[in-house]
Design a protein. Structure first.
Length: 352
């Protein structure tokens, strides 16, 4: 199958390894779209050095589909990214979240394609009882419309278990450009990596970590399964990287240098990774089964002035008891993880 120039270019960006924030949703106090802060967030990610954005994903709140916000939110983000590309000459990967049963996912893929998104991050959480052949047919139907960014979403926030057999067959679908591995489970993570190593496509399909609890460990390691090529995570598509994005970009660069030039930096980076996991536990509300994960991200952005509040579409969705104190703790313990100075210097321009 011939590969189109746009898909080839996207593969090149993803294989190089970039930071892709999972884009949050900016709302006013009455739960309406806050366009000023929504656009400001996208400008922040672009100027922070992110290599792409993922919009309409879990962090954007899947419920945007139920309130008619999918098209407006996707449209604002891609228009802002294109303006950045035109001004900077730097190309970003544009990823749209896709979910629901086959008819819905195909329709969302068509919308994303129409707006100019280059790949669809395909959640399979709606197909909880589907068989392996049914899952694969669903993926092929969507891939006929837009290239696929596979997505192993952890079951605790709406995903389903996807074993080695699924990923090995999924990688036979030609328009797959990458896989986000986010089961928050080391055994399941290895299933995906081994499937890629044994698929013959390790040179063209990129692995992206979504394991917010093991970001640095994923990015540092080369995985050797005893046969076939070694595989490695190229970058990350993460809710954690929706905050402190400038520091995430610098961290990924340091990890890439460590892997290729300075292996002696590995222990220092692993220690940093443990601090980031501790911070993520507070932001994502791990102790309460991630109930406050979206509100936690919003709270950090609110404190930086990038959001007007931590409002979610569900008025009952907010920080869990004790979560705010945990956020205070990690912000005090790890100020080097944050990019508050960078944000303060540029926020007024992004929110103009």
């Amino acid at each position: 199958m011939a590969v189109s120039e746009p898909v080839s270019s996207l593969r090149e960006i993803l294989r190089r390894g970039v930071v892709i924030p999972a884009h949050p949703l900016a709302l006013t106090a009455d739960r309406k779209l806050d366009e000023r802060h929504q656009v400001g967030l996208t400008r922040y990610y672009c100027d922070a050095g992110a290599g792409g954005v993922a919009v309409g994903v879990h962090a954007t709140q899947f419920a945007i589909r139920e309130v008619g916000l999918l098209r407006p939110v996707l449209g604002l983000a891609i228009d802002t990214v294109r303006a950045h590309e035109a001004a900077s000459g730097r190309r970003l990967a544009k990823i749209a979240g896709l979910c629901g049963p086959t008819g819905q996912a195909v329709a969302e893929a068509a919308l994303a394609n129409e707006l100019g998104y280059e790949a669809g991050l395909l959640s399979l959480g709606a197909l909880r009882t589907a068989t392996l052949p049914e899952l694969l047919e669903h993926c092929r139907r969507v891939a006929d419309v837009i290239p696929l960014f596979g997505f192993y979403l952890q079951p605790a926030v709406g995903g389903r278990e996807l074993d080695y057999a699924f990923w090995r067959r999924f990688l036979e679908i030609g328009p797959v450009v990458a896989i986000k591995v986010a089961p928050f489970n080391r055994y399941a993570t290895l299933d995906v990596a081994r499937a890629l190593a044994e698929s013959g496509r390790a040179g063209e399909v990129a692995l992206y970590t979504g394991n917010d609890d093991a970001i640095v460990a994923d990015l540092l390691a080369e995985l050797d399964f005893g046969h076939g090529p070694r595989v490695a995570f190229a970058g990350g598509l993460l809710g954690q990287w929706a905050v402190w994005t400038r520091q995430a970009v610098l961290m990924l660069k340091a990890i890439q240098v460590c892997r290729h030039q300075r292996p002696e930096d590995g222990l220092r980076l692993l220690a940093l990774g443990h601090q980031l996991t501790d911070a993520n536990a507070a932001l994502f509300d791990a102790r309460n089964a991630f109930a406050g994960c979206i509100a936690g991200i919003h709270e950090v952005l609110r404190r930086q002035g990038l959001l007007g509040g931590r409002f979610c579409l569900d008025p009952h969705e907010d920080l869990s008891p004790g979560q705010e104190a945990e956020i205070d703790r990690v912000l005090g313990a790890y100020p080097h993880l944050a990019d508050d100075v960078f944000v303060a210097e540029n926020r007024d321009r992004w929110l103009r």
